[in-house]
Ligand binder design. Sequence first.
Ligand SMILES: Nc1ccnc(=O)[nH]1
Length: 438
Amino acid sequence: MTPQSILEQDRYWLCNAQVPLCLFLPKHCPPTITPNSEKLVRVDIHIEEGMITEICASGDRPPSNEKDVYDMKGGQVWPTFVDIHTHLDKGHIWHRSQNPDGTFSGAIAASMEDGDRYWTADDLYRRMNFALKCSYAHGTTAIRTHLDFRGEETEVTWEVFQTLQQEWQGKIHLQAVSLSTLEELLTPEGRQSIDRLAEMGGILGGMPLMNPNLERQLSQVFPMAKERNLDLDFHTDENLNPEARTLYHVAKTAQNHQFQGQITCGHCCSLAVQPPEMVQETLEAVKAANIAIVSLPLCNLYLQDRQPGKTPTYRGVTLIQEMQQMGIPVMFASDNCRDPFFAFGDHDLLEVFNQTVRIAHLDIPYGNWPQAVTTIPGKIMKLPNPVAIAVGLPANLILFKGRRFTELLARSQHDRIVLRNGQPIDTTLPDYAELDRL
Ligand SMILES: Nc1ccnc(=O)[nH]1
């Protein structure tokens, strides 16, 4: 039997697997195992009919039949990934619409212009479908995408989104968030679009900008979400302006309105350049309002502190470690891929995790950070099953060759195996040529 054919059986053991302790559901790691210095535990995992049916310390229960054993040889096993902040509608246009100066405003202008020329159902479908193929092959099971509000054209986007949502059902769980400025959202057209969003089970989003009407705008947006039972997901302070405090205003408004839904805020870059007292005040408000934070380090590193002819000195990311220390849920996600906001990217959350570890110094120790691309976004997206490892959960797993974290993160792990309901999937990435003639 080939190793691959072992995994194609209805039941088998994954032996000698190393799993980050933080990726077990609480109390589901066998209590007799002592984690190593990187908090990895060595286990054997039994999979039957697509489910995890037993987990024991490696070697505790020698499998009776060698044909049923896939030897991980110490390689890490993770649950599949959850990408909680993407922009699938804008992706993969770099070949035709670049960012001329690499700045945030350059990105906004270039992507709006691209949309004005090319916003058709076929163009959207092909690019979004390509993104989903990449995500799936890398081991992602759920994606939340922001979708640009484009007046009447928004309907085109939502129809494509719903088609893809159906076509990918059972493979990738897809959620949509509306994206506009709050000013646009509060126009009659914007308000109408929210009814459509609610009908689709979407999430109310937007980009609050610092302006004299910000508090008034937010105090109108929160009731809109409350009336329709919508969760919220905002782009906040994606800049390095110390005066930018929309995150603080979102948190205060949420408290004033006693908002009970889930609020997620993305970016929050300006916290990195604010004085400690201001940061403390904001983070306390964020914590009190139960806001979850998503950091988008690849895009932030690309766009922030960009000035012609100058080497950047800031990394652009938010206060990832400080937030986690306060008990605020922190997640990492892809954001844009191969578009004016970020020229690179392949929808691989291992790459995102890898880069974030380096950018934000999350390696000494690695702690619970693997949860930031798996368990925590799974919970914030309210997925039907926990994204974790435990007996009784579907065997949606990624098998890496990397054993210690240095091995996992020094190489791309493009030879990973992805199991969906216990069965290996085809992890071939789509060819870029699929996007020719767009
Ligand atoms: N970082 C981003 C902000 C707004 N729109 C995007 O597509 N990306």
